[in-house]
Ligand binder design. Structure first.
Ligand code: GCU
Length: 409
């Protein structure tokens, strides 16, 4: 089956054919049917249009950006941790709305040498033990010591700080704080993934104020439901210079229209996790072809910034090949913007990362998970594409023209 799907995709790789075979909507044709032929047209017309389509039909619309009363309390700054290699900071990020106060607890390690440092911000969806500030508990889900050793700041927050991960009628977390009480929810009101993405942006609001961090080189990384969130946050918030989707699957990097055998579908995800997406998304249960977007267009919203997609060979539920294809299809937008996206036509074998362009992809042998192997690949990609962008406007969201000048990768 894998071969057949690859063959279908490959036959189609020239562009229109794949769109034909999988019936993918074209990121480079506007809703009115116009071809998007310039970076300016992408920027001014098509990108905002796609963003709106995802807000309306998939993730829902956040009712606010940065709250006016957002506060940062750096309640700990401890130099000399990790045998002198890092400073640990703990920051309480708080905000208030009509429904009360919310808090995100940020754990941050910054390297002692090499500041301001590039940073990886992890959306941690696997509980507090994975972000132990004391480092008594160390897990491969968040290898903070390794990040520091490679010259990156390591930042992490718990998704549950922003919004709990169960269907609660949207009364808890940020929904309860900011949504108008007692009113019927709009069909495009934000779901829980959009709430977590909103939280990642509030952490970014802090990171840009921290002089130990190079705010132009912040990577946002998430695994699985956290990977879906990272992609949406990166689409909504262009301050993230690099987005990492690890095994994000359905509603993340994987193409919904593939309906690959053993892979999660829109109907399956909406049934098990009715709170993740907006109500409108439920209309597409078993009707993927009617969705005006597919997930390659989400990847395209990251352009021309850096994007890494990581998959695992036995992670059928996340449709690893569908994740690859989304990256490949998004590349047309990168090319329009004058840079290379994913430089691979065929789904690569395991342990053969494709890191040449500004969209990186790797397939790891094994099951669903965020492992040491995955992290090392993302760090390699960052070394190659993010670190050398130091002090440049190159990764800056508004830096379209410099992106076009520097076409070296
Ligand atoms: C479930 C869910 C996936 C999700 C995963 C996770 O398997 O169906 O969509 O990615 O949980 O977040 O671990």
């Amino acid at each position: 089956m894998r071969t057949n799907l690859t063959a279908v995709a490959l036959a189609a790789s020239a562009g229109p054919l794949l769109a034909g075979q999988l019936n993918l909507p074209d990121p480079l044709t506007t809703t009115n049917g116009l071809s998007v032929t310039s970076a300016q047209m992408w920027r001014q017309t098509r990108r905002p249009e796609i963003l709106e389509l995802f807000r309306t039909h998939v993730y829902g619309r956040a009712p606010l950006g940065r709250p006016t009363n957002l506060k940062f309390d750096v309640w700990e700054s401890a130099p000399g941790v990790m045998d002198g290699a890092a400073t640990r900071k703990q920051v309480r990020i708080s905000y208030q709305g009509p429904g009360g106060e919310g808090r995100i607890n940020l754990v941050l390690f910054v390297p002692t040498k090499g500041r301001p440092a590039p940073c990886f911000l992890l959306i941690c969806n696997r509980g507090a033990t994975n972000l132990d500030p004391t480092r008594v508990v160390k897990t491969e889900f968040w290898p903070a010591e390794r990040l520091i050793a490679r010259g990156y700041a390591a930042a992490a927050f718990l998704n549950a700080d922003v919004d709990p991960d169960f269907p609660d009628g949207f009364t808890n977390g940020v929904h309860g704080i900011f949504d108008a009480p007692g009113q019927k929810r709009a069909p495009d009101a934000w779901g829980t993934l959009a709430a977590w993405a909103w939280g990642a942006s509030r952490v970014m609001d802090y990171l840009v104020t921290d002089t130990d961090i190079d705010a132009e080189r912040v990577a946002l990384i998430g695994h699985s439901r956290g990977g879906k969130t990272a992609l949406w946050a990166g689409a909504e918030d262009e301050r993230f210079a690099f987005v990492v989707s690890n095994d994000s699957g359905c509603g993340g990097a994987a193409l919904a229209r593939r309906r690959a055998p053993r892979a999660e579908t829109i109907a399956a995800i909406n049934q098990r996790f009715p709170h993740w997406f907006c109500e409108n998304y439920h209309r597409y249960n078993n009707r993927e072809d009617e969705l005006p977007v597919d997930q390659h267009m989400l990847a395209a919203l990251i352009a021309p910034r850096l994007l890494c997609i990581g998959s695992a060979s036995e992670d059928w539920w996340a449709d690893p090949e569908g994740e690859f294809l989304a990256g490949r299809e998004a590349s047309r937008v990168y090319q329009l913007l004058g840079v290379e996206g994913l430089k691979a036509e065929e789904w690569p074998p395991p342990e053969s990362p494709r890191h040449d362009g500004r969209i990186g992809y790797h397939l790891r042998s094994g099951k669903h998970g965020l492992t040491e192997y995955d992290w090392e690949r993302y760090l390699d990609f960052a070394d190659r594409h993010l670190r050398r962008a130091a002090h440049g406007a190159r990764n800056h969201p508004t830096a379209g023209s410099s992106e076009q000048r520097d076409n070296s990768d």
